[in-house]
Design a protein around this ligand. Sequence first.
Ligand code: PLP
Length: 426
Amino acid sequence: MDIHGQVTNCHLELGRTDPEIASLVRAEELLQQDTLRLIPSENYVSAAVLEATGTVLTNKYSEGYPGRRYYEGQQNIDPIEIIARERAQALFGVDHANVQPYSGSPANLAVYLAFARPGDTVLGMSLPMGGHLTHGWGVSATGTWFRGVRYGVRADTGRTDLDEVRELALRERPKMIFCGGTAVPRTVDFAGFGAIAREVGAILVADVSHIAGLIAGGVHPSPVEHVDVVSTTTHKTLRGPRGAMLMCAREHAKAIDKAVFPGLQGGPHNHTTAAIAVALREAAGEDFRVYARQVVANAKRLGEELAARDFDLVSGGTDNHLLLVDLTRRGVPGKIAAKALDRAGIVVNHNTVPFETRSPFDPSGIRIGTPALTSRGLTQEHMVCVARWIDRVVTAAATGAEDRVAAVRQEVRELMSGFPAPGLPV
Ligand SMILES: *Cc1c(COP(=O)(O)O)cnc(C)c1O
């Protein structure tokens, strides 16, 4: 480690044992250094978080919870999990945090296990409108074992209409309601959802996977007062390792803990728990608040610059870290645009847009986010350049002008070389 937290040891042992995997890891490091990563669910963890995930904690079994384990030798594991829990509780202002879910999807499944029975009705945002698979969508276990009913956004505003959600909830009487999603560029009205859930007697889950870091950083309202359970991944804007947390008031603590273990999982991933603790410590600092503000400022600016270049933004812009772009007007399907952008070193994902007219495998839009580039130090001024590149590549994709894509690739490489990625070897 040098003073900038850059990892200087280039996987010596891994290279000796398994050169094939070592060289792929090395190639991925170069790719992450060398590209402009705009997938809104991705980020760069710090060198400290990365180091915690690569520790001997991965060797340890510890089914159960601190003080109530099914294995001995928990002298160090218990305090690590207690610290992670306490930091989550302090940062989000909740009574109880469970830091054991392996990832966001199992975390949500644990919530179903805690509060619903197979066949019960669950109200969530429709996947093509911006919801997550685990909010009761058909192909997911949650949509197979439960009866998923869906709300969306309005065609004219691109935003969720809570009067419609209320009507649906009154008619369908769901056992649980999910708010939050994966392609929601606007502030989620947790108080509004809370009133509806109370009126129909449903358990309300705020899935803040995408925006947890923005909530921690004070740039998105907190759901805590308004919902029964807060579910979140730890690896998106929160900038921790791949993992998840469930947070709730004391009254639900037992149900949540029982659902995660022994309901759904076995031994917790202790190396991940340690890294979550480190990420939560980082997220409680003033630097992280500055980071969160910059993520939003960058997204807003990028949205303005794209809109000025005839890009059609769902809901007209953003309040958070992501932009959903409908490319119909530009005459390029999302996948073709995303692949061309990838060749230019600009990494996004193709995405459905509300009222999608194409197939979900070949949809009309792309999804763009600023968490990762902000972790590298890019600010509003750079968003002009990013928007210009996206415009050039999408235009080139429409006309098949591959040489223009290659030109952008070179410019991306040059800019990114000036912004070393956290946690990566120099
Ligand atoms: C990412 C995400 C998840 C799932 O997380 P995984 O770790 O990929 O399983 C769940 N809900 C929402 C809203 C998400 O954005």
